[in-house]
Design a protein around this ligand. Structure first.
Ligand code: NAD
Length: 499
């Protein structure tokens, strides 16, 4: 890679490695924020600074939009299949740099290397979907009346914006970029200021793959940069993934300006376990869902609703949680503030009467860093903060109920609607529960029911603002508009209302 000023990350172990300064990537150049403002980026495993990132404002966003606008006519005129070929090359380059990207994600986010790698691989899978779009998304044409044809073409919108969260630095952007780019849009993307380096590496790979300058632009920063993207008159649509608070604010802001907005928010996911559930499968799966990625996943289990006499299943989950080794199986927490928030919920639930069956408070690995170990709170009340709020950490709240209908009512009452799962060996119980959950992604004996490509990803209720899902064909539709053309070349022999 020969972009002046770009120095690939060299970390290949858990040791602290400096990544330097993360500039913006605008029009094929690495540039600092015009104001010169910078923020520290931390390695959560060490609780130490690993670099800095540009803290951009509206002026930086304006120059990124200008670059994207200038690149749009050429990119739109590039044949569809040629646009996809660049993504094929990007896929090969991501595979070449798989370990490097995975270490980078692990360092800036705190995930274990294995989790970082799994997330990059999932990003590659999303990219594969984009590669195959030319084969799947052709418009259609039929003769609608004698001598009259109608056809539909899906055209790009122009300059579009993407805003992403900290928890999957490379994967979540890949929910949006393949569809947006293959469709012919040019993009201004705001990475999370907490994890900006993985995306910069990705942008360098995209350039190496042949993506023309200005087609993908990265503007780093915080709220000001995001609002400037949403407000910019030349940005036609914005895809956002992050917390519900910000998702709902941005959705309203963009929609009031007449923009197309799709904003994915937070979650509180319920796993319901009934007494006939398979012990081993349930225990492993619940623990993986609640404690994988240190619970910092919008699909993580955070409430286990135990129906009837499910003591054996709950005990098995507790035993699984106790087996997990912090730093090896469970990664770090993104910030010190997040550790305080998470432990605050545990303290409060304990005071309110919950039994702390597994306690992850006060943990460190090698005497440093930001950590919370797997935590299991038993006997949580359905209205308690630990039972209702998104904690976004490795904390599983167990709520005890007598009947399946009570469990479903608890799930239905929560305002979010990302994921829900039933653990059972009964097909009837599985169908009964999945048909009644108020969630966009439901599982049977699978605690992280992420739909794999080509099925689309997206929640319901307060977990998503806007129409349609973010991946799959819904994503393609979001980033395009349909042009319908009706054509007649000869005088018709019969007359009808279209004549
Ligand atoms: P966040 O909402 O704090 O930040 C997301 C993005 O918005 C970041 O780029 C950030 O810089 C920006 N931002 C923050 N505050 C803003 C404001 N007031 N105005 C405009 N922009 C603002 O989220 P996070 O902490 O980075 O990520 C964790 C959250 O994301 C969790 O709630 C999690 O559930 C959610 N998430 C949801 C999904 C999903 O698919 N529904 C996927 C991943 C993460």
């Amino acid at each position: 890679m020969s972009v002046p000023g770009f120095h690939p990350f060299t970390g290949a172990s858990d040791d602290l490695v400096q990544a330097g300064h993360c500039n913006n990537w605008i029009g094929g150049e690495l540039v600092d924020a015009r104001s010169g403002a910078r923020l520290d980026v931390h390695n959560p495993r060490h609780g130490a600074v690993m670099g800095t990132v540009a803290d951009s404002d509206a002026a930086d966003v304006a120059s990124a939009v200008e670059a994207a606008k200038a690149a749009f006519p050429g990119w739109k005129a590039t044949p569809y299949k040629e646009r996809a070929q660049i993504l094929y090359r990007l896929k090969a380059l991501m595979e070449r740099d798989l370990d490097r990207l995975s270490w980078l994600v692990s360092h800036e986010n705190g995930k274990t290397f294995a989790e970082g790698k799994a997330s990059v691989l999932k990003g590659i899978e999303c990219l594969e979907y984009g590669c195959s779009l030319p084969n799947m998304s052709a418009g259609g044409q039929i003769e609608v009346s004698r001598g009259v044809t109608c056809k539909v073409d899906y055209e790009p919108l122009g300059v579009v914006g993407c805003v992403v969260p900290f928890n999957f630095p490379v994967m979540v952007p890949m929910w949006m970029l393949p569809q947006a780019l293959v469709a012919g849009n040019t993009v201004v993307l705001k990475p999370s200021e907490q994890v900006p380096f993985g995306l910069l590496h990705l942008a360098m790979l995209a350039r190496e793959a042949g993506l023309p300058d200005g087609v993908l632009n990265l503007v780093n920063g915080r709220k000001d940069a995001v609002q400037a993207i949403v407000d910019h008159p030349d940005v036609k649509a914005v895809g956002f993934v992050g917390s519900t608070k910000v998702a709902s604010l941005l959705y309203a802001r963009g929609a009031s300006l007449g923009k197309r907005m799709l904003c994915l928010g937070g979650a509180k996911n319920h796993l319901v376990v009934v007494p006939d559930a398979d012990l081993e499968l349930t225990a492993q799966n619940v623990a993986a869902s609640a404690f994988g990625c240190a619970g910092q996943r919008c699909m993580a289990a955070s409430v286990l609703v135990a129906v009837g006499d499910a003591d054996a299943q709950v005990d098995a989950v507790v035993a699984e949680a106790e087996k997990l080794v912090l730093g090896r199986d469970v990664g770090a927490i993104i910030s010190e503030a997040a550790v305080e928030r998470i432990t605050g919920y545990i303290d409060q639930a304990e005071k309110m009467g919950a039994k702390v069956r597994v306690d992850g408070r006060g943990k460190q690995v090698d005497g440093k860093g930001w950590w919370v170990g797997p935590t299991v709170l038993d006997g949580v009340g359905r209205d308690w903060p630990a039972g209702c709020d998104e904690i976004f950490g490795p904390v599983l709240s167990i709520i005890r109920v007598k009947t399946l209908d009570e469990a479903i009512a608890i799930e239905n009452d929560n305002p979010y609607g990302n994921a829900a799962c039933i653990y059972t060996t009964s097909g009837f119980v599985a169908e009964y529960a999945t048909a009644r959950f108020e969630a966009g992604m439901v599982g049977v004996n699978i605690g992280v029911p992420v739909p794999r490509e080509p099925f689309p990803f997206g929640g319901w209720n307060q977990s998503k603002f806007g129409h349609g899902d973010i991946t799959g064909m819904d994503g393609f539709r979001f980033w395009t508009r349909a042009r319908k053309t009706t054509t007649k070349w000869a005088l018709q022999s019969d007359q009808n209302w279209m004549s």
